[in-house]
Design a protein around this ligand. Structure first.
Ligand SMILES: Nc1ncnc2c1ncn2[C@@H]1O[C@H](COP(=O)(O)OP(=O)(O)O)[C@@H](O)[C@H]1O
Ligand SMILES: [Mg+2]
Length: 363
């Protein structure tokens, strides 16, 4: 086990809002952060001790970075596996390159999940439109075409409702590394944030219920409005995933929940803190960000009990212009990511409300 004491430097690949909130949590525990990312302007820049603005393929810069920090983590999964493999030669990196490889490719991810007996949507990898047409005969309609890599917020996806949709859907993705998934008519989407320490201890946050708008997360509410035995089952699935991966850090598991069996299908996993866990900053003794820092630094994991029912709203694009009304709301915890330009679809901030007197949504 590699323990890093407060005062150590945490190296972080990526500098978006997740990196920003990780850096803030690291500072709370007495750590320094050194953000490594190619982006000109990034939300983590305001709050990190050091910043290296270099590409993920600049080997000399990566080695120098790796030698200057005590542990490395990342805040998004679209960094090359080779980057993590190179850094691992110089410094501990959590989560490992092995985990990154599984979770950045929708095919490997689904193969892994099904391999350990966890259900997903039916799926098939395809490389040509003809292969897609054949696969659709088994999977049926509607189905979703997804690029195996680099998708986020619904990007890199196209729905095929009927055979005549296929050509346009295929052309829109501009890729030959595609996975076809059966469309799941879910009743609800939930996610579980699971943390695993270097010593193998696992702690999960309560499942959150996630409501999307235009394929982007709009609202997360916790606890998810599901029966207690389903809550336990979702947590058990998340625990199995982090244990099987020998994972260190926080990982998000997204589920489709249906009334009919199988009740749970895992949609995807993310090897990092996640938008659907932002409420944990105010709603739990330990936030997902602090938990991740604790895990990668070899500290004991913290308590994840919910103080009460909670709601998190994403502020997307011009939603951020409502800032003043949120600031006037005594129950609102307002977060601004420090981004200057509010493009449509861009995550600009979020707001969390915690109702400590209400343990569940029935109260
Ligand atoms: N197979 C599917 N069946 C039903 N809905 C889906 C399916 N795949 C994706 N979706 C919907 O699209 C959203 C985004 O898809 P997801 O695979 O999570 O990609 P990402 O979050 O990386 O954009 C999901 O949260 C869900 O609402
Ligand atoms: Mg998703």
């Amino acid at each position: 086990m590699k323990t890093c004491a407060p005062g150590s430097v945490i190296g972080m690949l990526g500098g978006g809002q997740l990196g920003r909130m990780l850096a803030l949590a690291a500072a709370q525990l007495g750590y320094h952060t050194h953000v490594y990312c190619p982006d000109e302007k990034n939300p983590a820049e305001q709050v990190t001790d050091r910043l290296s603005r270099n590409s993920y393929t600049d080997e000399a810069a990566l080695v120098e970075f790796g030698k200057s920090v005590d542990v490395v983590t990342y805040e998004f999964e679209n960094i090359p596996v080779e980057t993590v493999e190179l850094l691992q030669k110089h410094v501990p990196v959590f989560p490992s390159a092995k985990v990154l490889k599984v979770s950045q490719d929708r095919l490997r991810e689904k193969d892994f999940l099904n391999g350990i007996g966890i259900e997903t949507a039916p799926y098939a990898p395809v490389a040509t439109v003809d292969e897609a047409a054949i696969a659709l005969r088994d999977i049926g309609y509607p189905a979703v075409l997804k690029t195996r890599r680099f998708g986020y917020d619904g990007k890199g996806q196209a729905i095929v409702r009927q055979p005549t949709d296929l050509l346009d859907a295929w052309a829109s993705l501009k890729s030959s590394e595609i996975i076809i998934e059966g469309f799941i008519p879910f009743d609800m989407e939930i996610s579980v944030l699971a943390a695993r320490g270097q010593d193998g201890e696992i702690r999960c946050f309560d499942p959150a219920e996630n409501i999307h708008k235009n394929h982007i997360l709009d609202l997360s509410i916790a606890p998810a409005r599901i029966a207690p035995e389903l809550r336990a089952e979702a947590i058990e699935i998340a625990r199995r995933i982090v244990a099987e991966l020998d994972y260190v850090g926080v990982l998000a598991v997204e589920f489709f929940v249906s009334g009919a069996a199988p009740v749970f299908r895992v949609n995807e996993i993310a090897p990092r803190v996640h938008n659907s866990g932002h409420w944990s900053i105010e709603a739990c003794p330990t936030s997902q960000f602090e938990q991740h820092i604790r895990a990668i630094c070899g500290l004991p994991l913290g308590d994840t009990t919910l103080y009460g029912r909670t709601e998190m709203k994403n502020l997307i694009g011009d939603d951020i212009l409502d800032m003043e009304s949120y600031l006037k709301d005594p129950a609102a915890n307002f977060h601004h990511y420090g981004k200057k330009q509010a493009h449509p679809g861009r995550k600009m901030g979020h707001v969390t409300w915690v109702y400590p007197d209400a343990a569940s949504w029935d109260d």
